[in-house]
Design a protein around this ligand. Sequence first.
Ligand code: MLT
Length: 389
Amino acid sequence: MFKIRTYNAISSKGLSRFPAESYQVSSESADPDGILLRSQKLHSEVMPSSVVAIARAGAGVNNIPVADYTEQGIVVFNTPGANANAVKELIVAALLMGSRDIYGGMNYVQGLTEISDSAEMGKLLEKEKKRFAGAEVQGKTLGVVGLGAIGSMIANLALELGMNVVGYDPAISVEAAWQLSSSVERMDNLEALLARADFITLHVPAIPATKHLINSKTLAGMKATAKIVNFAREEIVSTADIVDALDNGVIAGYITDFPTPELLGRSDVLLMPHIGASTEEAEENCAVMAANQLMDFLEDGNIRNSVNYPQIKMARNGGTRITFSNRNVPKVLGSVLSILADSELNVVDMVNKSRNDIAYNIIDIEGDFDASLKAKIAAVDGVVHVRII
Ligand code: MLT
């Protein structure tokens, strides 16, 4: 029986993936094998030593101390792409609302509560509507910073809207590159993108390298008419520098779902809660994907969409499966195989993959496995974590 501890409201479609006969799923579990969460911040949580995997139903993992967990052998998963469509749709709304004063117009109409005569209302609105006129996005240039699952979807859709699209991503994956239309013009650096774009949309993770990517220096290279859309993470922009740039006419607008007090009450800023992925479909997709990945790891040791461990999969060959993670240094795998050989255990199949400083192994062996061997493998210098499944 595997135990899963949940945080936050996880879609029932995801929770129902766990078969009741082999999983106990609860927000109270004291000694869980796996954690399933959305936005709960784990930095100050003490993780029970029973935990081997954490799955985030979402893309960003800045609520999880990933580096610490890597050291402890805990595999962290996310669900790239599962909410991309929801975010993409909200970005389209942001582009349109940033081009035309839809919000101002709607607010104006809602404020006409003193008028009871519809002919009078119609006349007034006909006179006033010019105050809410705007421009079309067709023919404008969208700069997409970060061309992962979400960024590449937005880039392709913006082309459909008749926009010119320029993109920048120094770490674009092969998979994302395949998704991207060849009409998206690849920029060599961020500055080149910022100088070209009428709208800039950010789709990079919040990591030290992206902290305040948008700051007074990068803002200075943008068009005075440029508008920035940030539905990614607050830390990617320096909000103080954005306010300064807006005050001084360096840029024209900021649209974000990370509101902070200094952004309130400005006509050049559009704010909403962080709702990019808040659709029924996205919440279901993320929960189902996270649950599937967690089960595949707990039951078979396979790793799909981890942010700290390598992608790895091996079909079961019967017998016993040993999985272990180790520091990515020579001799560790050899030492483990020697332990198995000394115990007369035949390896039927095995796979070893590494990612940065960590390596991960799946070994299927024939015959009975003496439980004391687990401790022997765990004691090998460099081994981080061992499971027998
Ligand atoms: C994500 O990281 O997937 C989105 O920003 C939505 C969320 O935070 O849940």
